[in-house]
Design a binder for this molecule. Structure first.
Ligand code: JEE
Length: 271
């Protein structure tokens, strides 16, 4: 996979040289090119922003540097044999970035990221490129960042670990995909490793018991508890057929009951 990133803060992307993504690059599985947008600025101050039409706070990134940068990056990639680029545009108003979108992006040969600063990029730039290529505006979550570089690191890491040959064993993908759309139908419970006692804290006996069936049941119970606490929306979204008798017993103890449509919902607090 080829990845291009155009940014006014190229050094913000230095973490792409580290760990999983860095190794994927070193092994030739990922070809990353980071470009400085200011190289396409027109004046001696390397200006890339201007005041917003219609007034209001902040600055907006100008059309011309982005247009010339993207034309040159596109030409360079096509020359190098890349094709079917997707323009990935981080923005607070983008489509939520999910595991499903990570899988879709991981199946493309070429991603071009345009992390912005200020209040974002003049709308005409993406309107223009949307006539020529897939443009995917994404948001990594419901909070406000100062720019799109951190979202690029997030998206690239989520995509890179899905590329063939990047993760050692196929087992490592099991949790991503056992429910379509969602990352997994339930959150994972706690995990432990040696030593068996640390600062007086022990590991749950069942995990040392060697009873695979009991271990599986304990993990399932912990997953249900954690999901009820942190992501009750995931319980409500689950196909109720996915819950076995023991799941249903625990959910009842935790105050969840099947609603009129069969899906689970939090029972109203009693008097
Ligand atoms: C890209 C500039 C800063 C801050 C206006 C008005 C928006 C832009 N999940 C995510 N959060 N933030 C981003 C993100 C932020 C960015 C850029 C991505 C480029 N900024 C910026 C504020 C505003 N605000 C009130 O509603 C919120 C615009 C992001 C992603 N991906």
């Amino acid at each position: 996979m080829r990845i291009d990133v155009v940014t006014i803060f190229p050094e913000y992307l230095d973490p792409l040289n580290v760990s999983l993504v860095g190794k994927a690059r070193a092994r030739g599985l990922l070809d990353v090119h980071v470009h400085d947008l200011r190289g396409w600025a027109h004046d001696r101050h390397n200006t890339v922003d201007d005041t917003p039409y219609g007034g209001g706070p902040g600055m907006v990134m100008k059309t011309e540097p982005w247009g010339e940068a993207l034309d040159e990056v596109l030409a360079g990639g096509y020359e190098a044999g890349a094709c079917q680029p997707v323009l990935v545009v981080p923005t607070p108003s983008g489509r939520p970035f999910t595991q499903q979108l990570a899988v879709e992006l991981s199946e493309r040969p070429w991603l071009i990221f345009t992390p912005a600063r200020y209040e974002g990029i003049d709308r005409r730039v993406m309107d223009e490129y949307a006539t020529r290529l897939r443009v995917q505006e994404v948001s990594i979550g419901d909070y406000v960042l100062a720019g799109g570089e951190a979202p690029v690191l997030v998206v690239v890491e989520a995509v890179a670990r899905l590329l063939p040959g990047v993760l050692g064993n196929v087992e490592s993908h099991r949790d991503d995909s056992f429910a379509p759309g969602a990352m997994a139908s339930l959150l994972e419970g706690p995990v432990y490793t040696k030593p068996p006692e640390w600062r007086g804290r022990t590991v749950p006996d069942v995990l040392l018991s060697g009873h695979h069936g009991r271990v599986a049941r304990w993990r399932r119970d912990e997953a249900l508890r954690r999901t009820v606490d942190h992501r009750p929306d995931l319980i409500a979204r689950c196909d109720p057929a996915a819950f076995d008798r023991k799941d249903r017993e625990l959910l009842a103890v935790l105050g969840w009951q099947p609603g009129p449509d069969g899906r689970y919902e939090k029972a109203p607090e009693g008097r």
